[in-house]
Design a protein around this ligand. Sequence first.
Ligand SMILES: [Zn+2]
Ligand SMILES: [Zn+2]
Length: 284
Amino acid sequence: MLPTKERNPNAIFVSYNTEGILIDCAEGTQRQLRLAGISPVKVTKLLITHWHGDHVLGIPGLIQSLGTSNYTKKLEIYGPKDSLKYFKNMMSGLVFRARINYEVHEINEEKFFENNDFYLESNKVKHSIDCLSYSLIEKDKLKVNVNYTKKFGLTQHPLLGELQRGKDIVYQGKKITVKKATIIKQGKKICFILDTYYDKKLIKIAKNSNLLVSESTWLEKDKLQDKEHLSAKDAGKLAKQARVKKLILTHFSQRYRNLNEVLKECKKEFKDTECAKDLMSLEI
Ligand SMILES: [Zn+2]
Ligand SMILES: [Zn+2]
């Protein structure tokens, strides 16, 4: 929640083909991007979970930099209700022209972006202000089973592309069907749950994710009256109930310099857990 010597507050960058999706943009995000070897111009979409400072204070800096970096795309900014108002207020406190094209979209619970490879979904979660979780859901794809098509003498041929697009083909008088000649490659799901109360709805949101990135502000014993954040135990319980494959914890209270206890508490509920470290990177 606060920057510490070891940790920067929230920002998560997802790269998928030409899309660069930044989830939250806390202060210091630009520098973290540089340290991670990611040029800020790679950002195509900014998804804001909510307008608490530890999630958004880096936005003006990022926009100023993009304005001086020959950023030719349109930055699509998505966030909960009133995002346009908060965004304008934030920018109006500074003297600079945002020399880039951008658009702010206020979203609710919806599929708000889709291309050939994946779609993005938002869901409301309970926090002290309007807050969204985000999921990137890759589409299932057909993969040609060459072991099958080679029986017909077909290993490399433009017709295989037709099969991959879901069309039966005829080769040398023989019909080859999509059903027999392809395998479904199941798309993956990544879910990002930042600040939230524990709520059964979260299980549905995170259901079957290959990767769940979840906040884990507290140890259960320190949670006391602050129910607007999850404990490590909550996050582990959630991962278990939602049957996710892997869990990464983030958004730790600054009181925990050492995260051993946090990890231990969570692992009692869900084994395949790691605590996020600054500049950590992984491929799904
Ligand atoms: Zn918050
Ligand atoms: Zn926060």
